[in-house]
Ligand binder design. Sequence first.
Ligand code: FE2
Length: 426
Amino acid sequence: MPILSLEELLLALLIIVFFFIWFFMRREARLSQKREQEYSRKLKDMQLQLQSYIADLDSLIVMLVGIHEFGMTATGIVSKDELASSIVNSACKLMRSDTGSLMILNHETNELVIAASRGLAPDIVDATRIKVGEGIAGRVAQSGRPIFVEDIETDIRFMRVSSIRYPSKSFISVPLRLKDRILGVLNISSSDSDRQFEERDVRLMTILADQAAITLENIDLYGNLQHFYLEMVQTLARAIDAKDSYTHDHADRARRYARRIGKKLGLPEVMIRHIEYAALMHDIGKIGIDENILHKAGKLTDEERSIIKKHPAIGNRIIAPVAFLSPVAPMVLYHQEWYNGQGYPEGLAGEEIPLGARIVAVIDAFDAITSDRPYRKALSREIAIEEIKKGAGSQFDPKVAEAFIEALSEENSAPDNAGSHGAKEN
Ligand SMILES: [Fe+2]
């Protein structure tokens, strides 16, 4: 006789099956709840991480834009001092720091000297000389590798001297390096405990320093090239005017007058420099003119005159392709124009003629009058001044003529120059 009937057995089995189903479903629900919690926690972590990446990316973009801006600014810089200040300012801005310096390596003394700085006392800037291998900057210059201190208080390398020699809490020193050659060291420091530098800052400083090193080198090359080119042009100018007794005096005098007139008219330094060049090389185009015509003692025929009149255009063609002289080219092209429009090559008048060309016209005329010409001897300085006064408003810009005459009279009254400019200076 069975203990349980078939129905009871089935019922019991059903109950057991339901129990198991309920048990597994409950476990699954618990697991899925747990998984959900885990997912939501992970999602939250990921969101936070993403936010921090975005913030990092934002600041990285700001820094890269800063480096790019430095590159753009640096292309227009032509002096080393200007570049050094620009490097320090860009580094301080990028690193949100108010203390920094750029040290240039003097290869003869093997010392680093401060070329530009921010937040440093002038006496420290003047007195600082660091031998390669000494101190932090010296070690950076020696090894060619950056030194980065996150927190000087906890950095074992600086424990002994931290409070004495390094008032900053966090700093970065990176080399200005061109291949294996060290040009200098860029230092940035922060005494602000809220601004601790990170590895990423070192990488950005290195990018900036690399760019700065290239620009620095370019300025050197550019300076040498400029010097070479000017020497060449002066030699050519002397060669062209050799038979007109062209001497160093003429070139020096032309440049000096250009500078004085420029100063009197309140022109910016860069423009004064271009006018100096124009004063020096305005007749460079005569190199393309037949010497027999150029130095003919007798009266010129109409054809010969028209050939000579080509010299401003030839000069322009010689100078215009040279990038650093391109602002000089129009001054050369238009130096024979008259203020009243009666000159050549285009018959420009008044303000249409570039100011540099109007200045060169006055200097050139004065030089021509006071020099020996194939057809006459040099005339006196007083006659030249009279001629320029007479030509003011017709041949010459009256303001330029006035500035020139003032510059001449000042030079005449200066004790150093008294008596040094006679009628014949050749
Ligand atoms: Fe000329």
